[in-house]
Design a protein. Structure first.
Lengths: 818, 53
């Protein structure tokens, strides 16, 4: 009776037909088959253009390495988008090297994804003679291009890259940041050298361990001992230097930090070993010392995970354009943002961002503020009214006159707030439990040392120095630190495999301590674009649409409103017996036809016909059935996730939008959660502050610039990003929006971290007790130390790595690298 | 047994060579882009022949 099934079948059939013709370039199903070259079909002229360009230059191997490697060209960039690169002052900042003609430049290209991309980008010299060499770093998605400026300009290169579908992301701010990331190599060198020395010293200490005092001949003992000493010199002076540096820095600020007892242990071990070797009384503990340094460095390297294509420190500058077109008396001119002055007249195109607060002087302003304020709908601004920096113009060309400079605009002034001057990393570090534990550890150790000293001063004064030095050697808090660094290192890896990228390891502990989660609405709870309807089944005719409008327009139900909005403004017709039945639907007779609008049951549709794809609203006009499907208001994972989280956390919602979705949000969040609407960026920051004043530890989850203040102020700020390479405001962690559903598990894992580290620490205490009991009696032999140290280290590495992986597995998190 | 002197020194020198190799490989960015290098090695210059045909 109903045509629904047939309709669906027809739809599927249609889709099947369409899948047969995929764009040769990008793999998008082609709507028409008219755009074609030879037997190859393209979805749009952009894709065809790329193919032609590559074909001309003999670069069609691009298509052989991967099928459909390209990126869709349907949405092409404006031709003069990169005009500002002709401005030499701006271009100069991007050059890595230039001698006037020969120039090297590095671009970040987010679109790089497969071997074809790499192949093409490394063969750019075939397309233009001016490009001498190009090389892609696949991991960082950076292409380094050597070119001759007399042949091709920087602007032409960017335009070429854009034409072939690899539009570079240009930000002057990040060029500076990238340079700072190179310093980590020092740590790898140190680790390598420490490992080398540790291994060799271990090997040469074997005779000493096994000799039982006089087994080996004296001459060889000398050889091995002095070689050991020689090998330990680079470890002491080079590899361990960072422990001394941080310990010293702490002492200057009158605090005992974690590195202080370690530095002390290293110095004492080294001094005592020199004394023993020089005095020919023993072999010293150089193997233990090098082992400590090696394992500690290894722990730090593991923990220091950097995601090179992600940036955690972006502010509004990387969101804003680099330069804008200014209309001057002598024509159009490209000017960089910091040179923008009051009264400048700026021209903006579709999709461009307003650089500074200004007044509309020409064109029709239709501004999307969703990223800066959280309002989900674009707004129309009349002539001579204010537009604010950060808004995105939608539609036609727009001219505005600048009123305030970029740095003092309404939005950017948020960055002057003191929340942005704090160093969260340092703060986290100081509050860390490891820090506090290690301080106790140091004091207990010093107390025990004092007791031992007193004991031996009564019984045998010759044993004071050996026993105390042995104590400090064997009982350094490195086991504690190791359990922390290896647990954190493994957790960072697990987190990143599951879509959560942390700025550094200190965030894990803070994440585990949070007790209040604050959500942003637009872009976080909801998808950025709201209320998309799609219609299936019988396609409505114009008169039917008018009939439907008549029926739904008087209703206050959200779906009715949405359908009315979808239909657009129409004239209502005469209706008889209009009736709304709460929770079911509306029935009315228009022009003698009976209309039923509501649930499937209400519209009289049998259950078999509504299997998996359940629609929101069914409409029956006579015998024809139409169904309205909503793409859900919420992000997919939200409806299940919020109730789960509300068991353990207090939840809040902050929205920059108006409160028309209050009832929907209230249903989702429950009664105990606080829902605040029409929040300005600074209000969000203040709300977080007020929570902190109440002793809460808030976790903020947001996505836009409007959350930047709250993200910065909160104990942990997580940015949700649909594409992790896209712009994200500065934060502690970036969560891949596709993996949002993992959040409760990830939070549980972060909470478990504390217990895992604690377990590792408890085990290390056992080893410490054994070692100390030897040391206090003054009978700690190098061999005992040499066995205890690697044993404790190994067991801690296994415990921390194993436990954290086990917990992650129990939480159904993925352990494999993507 | 005096051969031990020589052997120990040689063994440390050999190990030192490996250390030097390690430092060299880090210094020349060989660990910077492991994915990229593994792809690049599969490319060949076949396309050039096609043009000259």
């Amino acid at each position: 009776m109903f045509a629904v099934e047939e309709e669906v079948a027809a739809l599927k059939e249609g889709r099947k037909n369409r899948t047969q013709a995929l764009c040769y370039h990008c793999g998008v199903p082609c709507i028409t088959s008219t755009i074609a070259i030879d037997d190859k079909v393209f979805c749009c002229d952009g894709c065809r253009l790329v193919y032609e360009l590559l074909n001309e230059n003999g670069l069609c191997d691009y298509y052989r390495l991967q099928s459909h490697p390209g990126l869709s060209q349907i949405k092409t960039a404006r031709t003069d988008k990169f005009a500002y690169l002709d401005n030499e002052d701006i271009a100069k900042q991007l050059y890595k090297f230039t001698n006037g003609d020969y120039t090297i430049v590095t671009f970040y290209i987010p679109g790089v994804h497969c071997s074809s991309c790499m192949w093409l980008l490394e063969h750019l010299n075939k397309v233009n003679k001016g490009i001498l060499e190009s090389r892609l770093n696949f991991t960082t998605k950076e292409v380094t291009i050597h070119f001759s400026r007399s042949v091709i300009s920087l602007r032409k290169i960017t335009e070429l890259l854009t034409t072939i579908g690899y539009e570079p992301f240009i930000s002057l701010d990040e060029a500076v940041e990238k340079k700072n990331k190179k310093l980590n190599k020092q740590k790898i060198y140190k680790l390598g050298i420490a490992g080398f020395c540790f291994g060799n010293i271990m090997m040469m200490s074997f005779p000493e361990y096994l000799s039982l005092n006089n087994g080996i001949e004296q001459q060889y003992a000398h050889l091995f001992r002095y070689l050991n000493l020689l090998l330990s010199i680079p470890v002491f002076f080079y590899c361990a230097s960072e422990f001394f540096a941080t310990a010293w820095k702490g002492l200057q600020q009158k605090t005992l930090n974690i590195d202080a007892p370690i530095a002390l242990a290293i110095i004492i071990t080294f001094a005592r070993s020199i004394y023993e070797i020089a005095g020919n009384t023993g072999g010293g503990y150089l193997d233990s010392m090098c082992g400590i340094v090696f394992f500690m460095l290894a722990g730090r390297v593991v923990q220091e995970r950097t995601y090179r294509s992600i940036s955690f420190h972006r502010d509004y500058k990387s969101y804003f354009p680099i330069a804008v077109n200014v209309i001057t008396t002598s024509g159009m001119e490209s000017r960089s943002l910091q040179d923008l002055k009051e009264k400048d007249v700026v021209q903006l195109h579709n999709d461009e961002i307003i650089p500074a607060d200004g007044i509309v002087v020409g064109g029709k302003a239709f501004i999307d503020y969703s990223f800066v304020t959280g309002e989900s709908e674009p707004v129309t601004i009349k002539q001579n009214e204010m537009v604010y920096a950060g808004g995105r113009q939608v539609g036609e060309q727009l001219t505005i006159q600048i009123v305030t400079r970029v740095a003092s605009s309404y939005l950017t002034s948020l960055w002057n707030h003191y929340a942005f001057s704090k160093n969260k990393e340092e703060k986290n570090d100081r509050a860390s439990a490891i820090h506090i534990l290690s301080r106790y550890f140091t004091w207990v150790l010093l107390f025990l040392a004092a007791c031992t000293a007193i004991y031996w001063s009564v019984h045998d004064t010759s044993k004071i120095v050996p026993s105390i030095t042995a104590m400090l050697i064997v009982a350094c808090p490195c086991a504690l630190l190791l359990s922390a660094t290896f647990t954190n290192g493994n957790l960072l890896r697990i987190f990143s495999n599951n879509g959560l990228f942390l700025r550094d390891a200190t965030v894990i502990e803070e994440l585990g301590k949070t007790d209040h989660i604050v959500f942003d609405k637009t872009g976080t709870i909801t998808e950025s674009g709201n209320n998309h309807f799609f219609v299936a089944g019988h396609q409505l005719t114009e008169p039917e649409k008018s009939m439907l409008y008549t029926v739904v327009s008087p209703s206050k139900h959200p779906y009715s409103k949405a359908i009315a909005a979808w239909l657009g403004n129409r004239e209502s017709r005469q209706t008889a017996d209009w009736q709304e039945i709460a929770g079911k639907g509306i029935t009315a007779t228009v022009d003698g036809t009976m209309l039923l609008v509501g649930s499937a049951e209400f519209a009289g549709i049998s259950k078999e016909n509504i299997k998996e794809n359940k629609a929101a609203v069914y409409i029956r006009i006579g015998d024809n059935v139409t169904s309205f499907h909503t793409s859900s208001v919420f992000r997919d994972s939200i409806p299940q996730m919020i109730p789960t989280l509300s068991h353990q956390y207090k939840l809040s919602l902050l929205s920059g939008d108006n409160d028309r979705q209050r009832s929907v949000m209230a249903d989702l969040f429950g009664k105990s959660s606080e829902l605040l609407f029409e929040q300005k960026p600074i209000d969000k920051l203040h709300y977080i502050e007020s929570l902190q004043r109440k002793g809460k530890r808030p976790l903020m989850i947001g996505d836009g610039l409007n959350d930047a203040g709250a993200l910065q102020q909160s104990n942990v700020g997580i940015t949700l990003a649909d594409d992790i390479n896209n712009f994200t405001p500065s934060c502690d962690a970036i969560l891949d929006a596709g993996k949002f559903a993992n959040l409760p598990s990830l939070l549980k894992l972060a909470r478990a971290a504390r217990y895992i580290i604690g377990t590792g620490f408890a085990v290390s205490i056992i080893y410490n007790i054994i070692g100390l009991s030897f040391a206090m009696q003054g009978i700690l032999r190098p061999m005992v130390a040499a066995i205890l140290m690697p044993c404790s280290t190994l067991s801690i590495v296994i415990i921390s790595g194993g436990l954290s992986s086990l917990v992650a597995k129990r939480l159904h998190l993925s352990l494999k690298t993507r | 047994m005096t051969a031990l002197y020589l052997l120990v020194v040689i063994s440390i020198c050999v190990a030192g060579l490996f250390l030097a190799a390690f430092i060299w490989s880090v210094k020349t960015n060989q660990y910077e882009d492991q994915k990229g290098s593994s792809l690049r090695i599969l490319f060949d210059d076949e396309f050039q022949k096609e043009i000259y045909k």
